[in-house]
Design a protein around this ligand. Structure first.
Ligand code: NAP
Ligand code: MN
Length: 264
């Protein structure tokens, strides 16, 4: 099996990265950064997010597993002490694959036929670069509301514990193939009205944002920020693609939520 190991770049993560690489080579696995079948990340959730984007062209052939060298992560859920156990698992035991849904984002520009497509593992956010964002929000082709405020966050279920949670969104189990729209400080008064609650859309329900006030919007995809001039629309829906995690032991999602946010 072909594998690679990525690191957050700090000393501890780099040391573990080299150790894991050496162990797996000793077990006869093949190191291949270009077309790995297994991507082991060492660092945090951010390190796994980066690896996801590095290998997003070949998700079908790639399994991810994350080790955290800081606090418990949602994607990085193995601790450094378990490294020996983990490499034996990777080398010796058949593993289960767990698939999580992703968000597809298509950005279209004024006066151009071309569009760009992105995949997000956590979320896409849309904010205006100056002043409030005023945006038509369409769901399944019908106008739902005109949003006025700081911005909107459209997240995946596994991303629901990240930015979405800070916005008061619900935590969604990743077995629900869905996307969640959460508001950032909407303006609500007698003139302007938004629903005010986070919305969860099922697969095939497309959300289309059409900025109305001619402002330049800032779009983020996970940890990437894209500045966009003259954006016509931003289309979000559950992607056809999924991310595949290698699972070697049960670690239920709700236990990860409890361990991360509630503690013992
Ligand atoms: P970062 O600034 O290090 O990320 C912020 C925190 O979010 C880190 O503690 C990170 O964990 C954690 N995180 C990432 N994905 C998560 C998930 N699915 N569930 C729970 N926590 C998660 O930047 P980053 O590591 O590159 O991560 C980018 C993400 O930061 C974005 O996708 C967005 O979700 C999040 N973010 C949150 C806010 C907010 O809460 N107000 C604002 C901006 C961005 P690690 O330390 O393990 O990396
Ligand atoms: Mn981080």
């Amino acid at each position: 099996m072909k594998f690679t190991v990525t690191s957050r770049g700090d000393d501890l993560s780099n040391t573990l990265q080299q150790r894991i690489k050496r162990y797996l080579l000793d077990f006869g696995l093949v190191y291949d950064e270009e077309t790995p079948e297994m991507v082991v990340t060492v660092g945090g959730d951010g390190t796994l997010l980066q690896a996801f984007h590095d290998y997003s062209e070949r998700l079908e052939d790639t399994a991810f597993v994350g080790i955290h060298t800081g606090h418990l992560g949602f994607y990085a859920d193995w601790v450094p002490d378990e490294v020996e156990k983990l490499v034996i698992h990777i080398a010796k035991t058949p593993y289960q694959i767990v698939e999580y849904p992703l968000l597809e984002v298509v950005i279209r520009h004024e006066g151009e036929g071309k569009s760009e497509r992105h995949l997000a593992l956590n979320e896409c956010t849309v904010k205006s670069l100056e002043g409030s964002l005023v945006s038509n929000v369409q769901i399944k082709g019908d106008t739902f509301e005109v949003f006025r405020g700081d911005g909107l966050c459209i997240s995946t279920p596994s991303g629901s514990t990240a930015y979405n949670k800070a916005l008061g969104g619900a935590i969604l189990h990743p077995s629900l193939a869905s996307i969640q729209i959460a508001e950032m400080a909407s303006i609500n008064n007698r003139v302007y009205r938004t629903v005010g609650s986070p919305l969860v859309l099922p697969q095939h329900h497309t959300c289309l944002l059409k900025p109305l006030n001619n402002v330049d919007v800032q779009v983020t995809i996970d940890h990437y920020t894209l500045d966009h001039k003259r954006v016509k629309s931003i289309q979000c829906r559950v992607a056809e693609e999924k991310i595949r995690f290698a699972r070697f032991r049960p670690f239920p999602f709700w236990k990860r939520v409890k361990d991360s946010f509630i503690g013992e």
